[in-house]
Design a protein around this ligand. Structure first.
Ligand SMILES: CC(C)(COP(=O)(O)OP(=O)(O)OC[C@H]1O[C@@H](n2cnc3c(N)ncnc32)[C@H](O)[C@@H]1OP(=O)(O)O)[C@@H](O)C(=O)NCCC(=O)NCCS
Length: 211
């Protein structure tokens, strides 16, 4: 076999392992939902949504005391935009029916070497119960595993957060185990369960990519 055969195969093989490249700014979910990267101009709206949902979110999210002003939100979004540009993480806003921001869906962490992303989310209490988050998570998982070259997506969920656990389970994720005292939550340690799915397992038999 000559270099003219070996070289393209070698390049292709290397590229296959370096394909975590780019997370898009906009992810269409279906005719009701779109995920759009948060920008500083969204800060006031997002902050109002956090204010409205403080008690609902406080049960399972640890950052409420660090977000107490629009300026905090601007700085948070600014940091997330820099991470998005480096494919180190992405903060998406969930736009419902084209006009309302109803929550966020984030890529919280990326392990480039192992092509793995960790995602997290929250929803305005008034918009729960409609499948908005299950549909949104399904769409981002599809983009990460099919278009962006990730091999694995992980969701870590506090033990007892059954509404959140139902989301990966609906989408065919595996429960992989429990991390003890995984997260400090204001005044106590919380254990978490890890859910994951790989590119090889996606989409599971009961779903098509558009569901
Ligand atoms: C976790 C959280 C996003 C779940 O919200 P949710 O509304 O239960 O999730 P979904 O938007 O996927 O909606 C699922 C519900 O809609 C129903 N549903 C309607 N249409 C649906 C569809 N097309 N697909 C899936 N579910 C659908 C489901 O049956 C389910 O109803 P149920 O609550 O009666 O069981 C929300 O509880 C939350 O923000 N909690 C606080 C923050 C938090 O815990 N974040 C996660 C940290 S790990």
């Amino acid at each position: 076999m000559g270099w003219d055969t070996v070289l393209p195969a070698l390049i292709s093989s290397v590229l296959d392992h370096l394909t975590v490249v780019y997370i898009p700014d906009v992810i269409p979910v279906d005719d009701e939902i779109e995920l759009r990267i948060a920008t500083e101009s969204d800060a006031a709206t997002l902050f109002q949504l956090v204010e409205k949902n403080r008690e609902h979110l406080r049960a399972w999210l640890p950052w409420l005391d660090e977000t107490t002003s629009i300026q905090d939100e601007i700085e948070f979004i600014h940091g997330q935009l820099i991470r998005h540009q480096k494919t180190d993480g992405s903060l998406f806003l969930i736009w419902y029916q084209g006009r309302t921001i109803v929550g966020t869906l984030s890529v919280n962490q990326v392990d480039h070497g192992n092509q793995t992303g960790w995602i997290g989310y929250w929803l305005d209490r008034g918009h729960t119960g409609k499948g908005i988050m299950t549909r949104s998570v399904g769409a981002i998982v599809d983009v990460l595993l099919v278009s962006c070259g990730f091999n694995r997506v992980v969701i870590e969920i506090g033990v007892g957060n059954s509404a959140s656990m139902a989301i990966p389970l609906r989408l065919g994720f595996r429960e992989e185990g429990k991390s003890v005292e995984r997260q400090w939550m204001y005044d106590r340690w919380v254990d978490s369960l890890q859910y994951a799915i790989t590119a090889r397992e996606w989409p599971p038999n009961h779903l098509t990519p558009s569901e």
